[in-house]
Design a protein around this ligand. Structure first.
Ligand code: GLN
Length: 535
């Protein structure tokens, strides 16, 4: 029977609830248990796919094509397991499903209510995560903060699950803030106390309290929280601020959080194997070199909009003992007349153009790509970044001056990037992109083959537009190599150039498969090329 760990948050958002949940899952996995993770988001969007990355941060895509919250990226990176559509549930998804059931007559005769109809739907999603993953332990994070109107019914559902399954099969972790007051030089427990009271008002008594604080709590503060929280003092786990987030699981492990959980579940606890993780921390803390990479995008005011790309770059750097410094460049700034690209990219050893949507800033990205191609600076184009590379090449090498994407101009004369045939009839924006895993065959003797060392790969996608195969011959005749092709649809997946130290573009998003302990080969080869670039 699957056991459930529920992670809630109190006091305020941004306490690192996602990292807490991921760390717990990672530690339970290290104890030999099969784990699965899930996040409930209290907003009304069915998924984050239609939200602006500037509001919400990156949209993380699972292998089965679910557009999810960026916390799922943390989950996958920490536990190194592929998650799926049962892993991210929003209020929108829950309400939509209940209302659809009501319309077809599933509840004929009844009045549809938040409790029990919405709460049952939520419970089903939690139980489904257990049955479909066949995990020993499912870790479910509830987004938002206790006391929010939006998440109240989610917490009500958790209360019911505790009633149904008992303490032996469910465990509540509540994360809170313990602020430090400079003037009086003390930590304050009142916000934590209040947030526990708020949780109890909803019928939930936490089993573990994770306290975020800038300094060690000390015995008396811990005793106070334990007393007011009605939990043993050992069940207070300190989440002291750290510079390196990978340190958190180790800090939790030193406080025996896994043992507390496994004891409550009456599961045996073994010695855990954390060597891989300790090696990672060792690497991260002893980096000897630096390399600067330019990331040219239009959402750069929020680094979280490119979270997985950032993490994948950093992870690749660790392998080469190098700290990757990202220079965030707003692509719109590269569109100004008389712009001095040489000064802007002065210290950059590589240029990366990540995914994106819409026409704003496109010419700036094309300028950046052109600069990288001509000046032999390593270039890595991801999704939109590959489309940019193709447009730039068509315009400036093949002399197809009006080459463009139909996404930016419906009437463009040379739509070298065009809508996929099966996308033409689609009207709805939500959940209709080309999403998730698709196969790609790799041409032998190409850079891509050297990187992947395989003729067939599987990568995750999130896009609506494609390279238009009508232009393939023209570009190939002018030197562009189409080294990755989807075997079923013949769509272009990877492009590259030979007369260049490193120039590659992929239609998929390799960043979603990168792990801190297992960097993605494309990021590894890109970083290697950047490190090797002469000044
Ligand atoms: N906007 C482009 C498309 O829809 C690229 C998408 C992306 O970069 N994720 O095809």
């Amino acid at each position: 029977m699957t056991k459930f760990v529920f992670v809630t948050g109190g006091v305020c958002s941004g306490l690192g609830k996602g990292i807490t949940a991921s760390s717990i899952a990672m530690l339970l996995k290290a104890k030999g248990y099969k784990v699965f993770m899930q996040k409930f988001d209290p907003y009304m969007n069915v998924d984050p796919g239609t939200m602006s990355p500037i509001q919400h941060g990156e949209v993380f895509v699972t292998a089965d094509g679910c557009e999810t919250d960026l916390d799922l990226g943390h989950y996958e990176r920490f536990i190194d397991e592929e998650l799926n559509y049962t892993s991210n549930i929003t209020n929108g998804k829950i309400y939509l499903s209940v209302i659809e059931k009501e319309r077809v007559g599933d509840f004929l005769g009844s009045t549809i209510q938040i409790v029990p109809h919405i709460s049952n739907e939520i419970k089903n999603k939690i139980y489904e995560a257990g049955t479909s993953s066949n995990a020993d332990i499912v870790i479910t994070e509830i987004g938002g903060t206790v006391g929010d109107i939006e998440s109240a019914v989610m917490l009500e559902s958790l209360r019911q699950i505790r009633l149904e399954l008992g303490k032996l099969n469910t465990l509540f972790v509540h994360t809170t803030l313990v602020p430090y007051l400079f003037g009086s030089n003390e930590l304050k427990t009142k916000p934590t106390q209040n947030s526990i009271i708020e949780l109890r008002r909803l019928g939930i008594q936490p089993d573990i309290i994770v306290t975020r604080a800038p300094i060690d709590l000390g015995k008396s503060v811990k005793e106070k929280i334990a007393l007011f929280g009605s939990i043993p003092i050992e069940n207070i786990i300190e989440a002291k601020d750290v510079i390196n987030i990978y340190q958190i699981p180790i800090n939790f492990h030193n406080q025996k959080i896994e043992d507390i959980i496994l004891n409550q579940f009456n599961l045996t606890t073994k010695r855990s194997d954390l060597t891989k993780w300790s090696n990672l921390i060792n690497k991260v803390e002893n980096l000897k070199n630096d390399v600067e990479i330019a990331l040219v995008g239009k959402y750069v005011e929020l680094e979280d909009a490119y979270l997985s790309v950032k993490e994948a770059l950093k992870a690749a750097g660790y392998e080469y003992n190098t700290r990757v410094k990202i220079k965030w460049i707003n692509s719109e700034e590269l569109e100004q007349k008389n712009i001095d690209l040489k000064t802007i990219f002065k210290n950059c050893k590589g240029i990366l153009v990540p995914g994106g949507f819409g026409a704003r800033g496109i010419e700036g990205k094309i300028n950046a790509c052109n600069y990288a191609r001509i000046n032999k600076i390593p270039y890595f184009g991801i999704c939109l970044g590959m489309q940019i590379a193709v447009i730039e090449y068509a315009r400036n090498v093949c002399k197809l001056e009006d080459a463009y994407s139909k996404e930016f101009n419906e009437l463009c004369k040379n739509p070298i990037i065009d809508l996929m045939a099966n996308q033409k009839a689609i009207i709805n924006k939500g959940g209709t992109l080309r999403l998730g895993n698709y196969k790609c065959n790799i041409k032998k003797d190409s850079l891509a083959y050297k990187i992947y060392k395989s003729e067939e790969i599987l990568e995750r996608h999130r896009h609506r537009y494609e390279f238009n195969n009508e232009y393939k011959e023209l570009l190939a005749n002018n030197g562009m190599i189409f080294s990755g092709i989807n075997p079923e649809s013949n769509l272009v997946e990877i492009i590259e150039l030979t007369n260049h130290p490193y120039f590659i573009g992929c239609q998929f998003h390799p960043e979603f498969k990168s792990r801190p302990t297992k960097p993605h080969p494309l990021f590894l080869s890109f970083i290697k090329a950047c490190i090797n670039k002469k000044d």
